[in-house]
Design a protein around this ligand. Structure first.
Ligand SMILES: [Zn+2]
Ligand SMILES: [Zn+2]
Length: 257
């Protein structure tokens, strides 16, 4: 265990930890709330995660929702967010959504209603690079998964301390390397647990995360998005075999209060 583990300069709350389907009761799609004082943004908003969001923060006050890629376990509760903003407030309130091109069309098509998304969500295309959102700086990098998938690094613009790197769904661990600075917290998918990852599935396993950690020296690793049939404890052990820092499995509601 690292003796000099530094805390994030902002709060991280796991609203949902994926994956796309599971028999774990209470599991919901990927959704991670980053908060500093009154300012909050969400990384992904997968299935079933809206209630946890609404229980943690006033959703209409979010600075933005960042979407890593267009798989429903990472964005489909934007439907609930849009309904909430559209029907709970008169006039409707609006939230920024920064995600892969075409996200608005996907949700419009789901409802067979052009303009459905734009009634309450301001959609902006996500691109590689860094942008400021309130007090946060969010850097996006492409990862191998769908043909338009991203990982993120979040920092507080005017504070020292580690950043938070979030993998999204990622099929090649080395894609995350440019985002990770030594000491960062790495919140990463580990879909295939202790491994081996299924060839062509474009997801990670414990040995891949461990090797990435050994090369990049994050201060802490948080494993998420464990697929049905894989054990979280075995995933943690597989990462620890290659990395001597702190490794934890996260679930909705993490960190425990
Ligand atoms: Zn996923
Ligand atoms: Zn995916």
């Amino acid at each position: 265990m690292s003796a000099q583990l530094a805390s994030l300069p902002f709060e991280l709350l796991v609203l949902g930890a994926g994956p796309a389907y599971t028999d774990r009761v209470g599991a919901t799609g990927a959704a991670y709330l980053v908060r500093h004082g009154e300012d909050g943004l969400v990384l992904d908003l997968g299935q079933g995660s809206f209630p946890a969001l609404a229980g943690a923060i006033e959703p209409s006050a979010l600075l933005a929702v960042f979407v890593s890629h267009l798989h429903p376990d990472h964005f489909i509760d934007l439907v609930a967010l849009r309904h909430y903003l559209r029907w709970e407030f008169q006039p409707p309130r609006r939230v920024r959504v920064i995600g892969p091109a075409g996200i608005g069309d996907r949700m419009d098509a789901l409802h067979a209603e052009p303009g459905w998304t734009a009634a309450a969500l301001d959609v902006e295309p996500l691109a590689v690079g860094e942008r400021q959102v309130g007090p946060f700086s969010v850097e996006a990098a492409r990862v191998t998964h769908t043909d338009d998938s991203y990982g993120f690094r979040v920092t507080l613009a005017d504070a020292n301390g580690p950043g938070l790197v979030y993998s999204g769904d990622c099929g090649r661990a080395s894609d995350l390397q440019p985002l990770i600075r030594p000491g960062d917290w790495l919140l990463t998918e580990c879909s295939f647990g202790a491994g081996p990852a299924e060839p062509g599935a474009e997801h990670l396993d414990g040995p891949a995360v461990g090797a990435l950690a050994a090369a990049t020296r994050p201060g802490r690793i948080l494993l998420t998005h464990i697929q049905m049939g894989h054990e979280g404890a075995a995933a943690v052990a597989a990462v620890r075999a290659l990395y001597d820092g702190q490794v934890d499995l996260v679930e909705p509601g993490w960190p425990p209060s």
